[in-house]
Ligand binder design. Structure first.
Ligand code: ADP
Length: 372
């Protein structure tokens, strides 16, 4: 998941104005015309408390002394409301004495604008507050998503560790009584669980590195046809184990501008998944196509497929989709998240088409290298 602060815009932002002076309000309405700011104005504090429920604003602009409830009380009221507390409040006032200003900030205001104000300055100040608020909202969402993700990972780590602890303890306690065959069975469970936790940690480690920006990203001109062939060779053992048939139509060499390690990780993950989720004697097709300035690589299998409802949850870090393979192979549920992260880093896309019982087709696009 990426965060691009410059993408925060104040498109369709909404300002809620509390001001009893119609002339002021009209000036503000004129000022916002031609910008992407909508506004609604109310003339007294009590009305404000009622009307604000209709549409949550991105900023609240209060004249310091509206009738009914004064501006400070109103601001405190908003700040005590969990639904509204993060919305910036800006006061407009003719009073310049510091006693008022301090009181306003204490009540939770984010800024003061002294009247008469310069329109351009007012507009830029409001837009800056809105932009900061949107950044804050986005960061909060990212944080929530990451927390959810961490709790899913912690949960996933517990399962293999429970198996490791229980089985090694049983083996240790009964070592002298168990037959060699039984010992071997227990060791097999321990080995599989260790492998599963190791894979999970390895994927988690890569994901964390790519998130924190410390992962090396060195795009260069690479022959992706060769990389695919390399991984077909690498997975030969797994393919033979399940008697699968892998076909790669490689009539030409395709060159892309990409980080070799990242692209190799994506191909490896998609190919291993195709193998994992396809039953014995099934088929896997790999294809490269050129579309506009991108190479499109697709890996299609005749495997178990994915239910429609789960498809759009596959690449999300706050949803964990995990199924055991057709030979009960374990998984981390992190591979596709990594693939998406790596492909998007190149400006490409990754998507999936699938039908339960018929198979899946995973495709990713990656920029072509300049021809030489
Ligand atoms: P893992 O395979 O390690 O569980 P992934 O992130 O690679 O993690 O995949 C997440 C889930 O997506 C899998 O557990 C499985 O439910 C589904 N999936 C991925 N690839 C395929 C495929 N080729 N066929 C069917 N299901 C798949």
């Amino acid at each position: 998941m990426s965060y691009y602060p410059e993408e925060c815009t104040h498109e369709n932002s909404f300002i809620f104005i509390v001001d009893s002076n119609t002339e002021n309000v009209n000036l503000l309405i004129d000022l916002f015309q031609g910008t992407k700011i909508d506004c609604e104005a109310v003339s007294d504090g009590f009305e404000a408390l009622d009307k604000i429920k209709n549409r949550k604003p991105d900023l609240i602009l209060i004249d310091i002394i509206p009738p009914g409830l004064d501006g400070f009380q109103l601001c405190e009221n908003f700040k005590n409301n969990p639904e509204l507390k993060d919305i910036p409040v800006v006061f407009t006032t003719t009073k310049t004495d510091s006693q008022y200003i301090v009181k306003g900030f204490e009540s939770g205001a984010g800024d003061f604008i002294i009247k008469p104000y310069d329109s351009a300055e007012l507009l830029i100040r409001l837009q800056t507050h809105i932009k900061n608020k949107l950044h804050y909202d986005e960061l909060r969402l990212i944080n929530q998503t990451k927390n959810k993700f961490l709790s899913l990972i912690a949960h996933d780590l517990r399962n293999p560790f429970t198996i490791l602890l229980n089985f090694s303890e049983i083996l240790y306690q009964n070592f002298d009584e168990f037959s060699d065959e039984k010992k071997k069975d227990y060791l097999k469970y321990i080995l599989e669980s260790s492998q599963q936790s190791y894979d999970l940690m390895e994927n988690l480690f890569r994901w964390a590195r790519s998130q924190s920006g410390i992962m090396e990203f060195y795009p260069s001109r690479i022959n992706i046809t060769e990389v695919i062939k390399e991984y077909i060779l690498f997975t030969k053992g797994y393919v033979q184990n399940k008697n699968l048939n892998v076909t790669f139509r490689a009539d030409m060499n395709v060159f892309v501008e990409a980080d070799r390690n990242m692209v190799a990780t994506v191909i490896r993950n998609l190919l291993l998944n195709a193998i994992k989720y396809t039953k014995e004697y099934g088929k896997i097709f790999i294809e490269t196509k050129i579309r506009n300035k991108f190479a499109e690589i697709s890996i299609t299998d005749t495997g178990i497929g994915i239910e429609k409802e789960r498809l759009d949850q596959l690449f999300r870090i706050d949803r964990k989709v995990k199924t055991a393979g057709t030979n009960r192979e374990g998984g981390t549920g992190l591979g596709l998240i990594l693939c998406k992260e790596f492909i998007e880093k190149h400006g490409g896309k990754i998507w999936v088409e699938s039908k339960t019982g018929e198979g899946s087709k995973f495709t990713f696009s990656i920029p072509l290298a300049e021809s030489r």
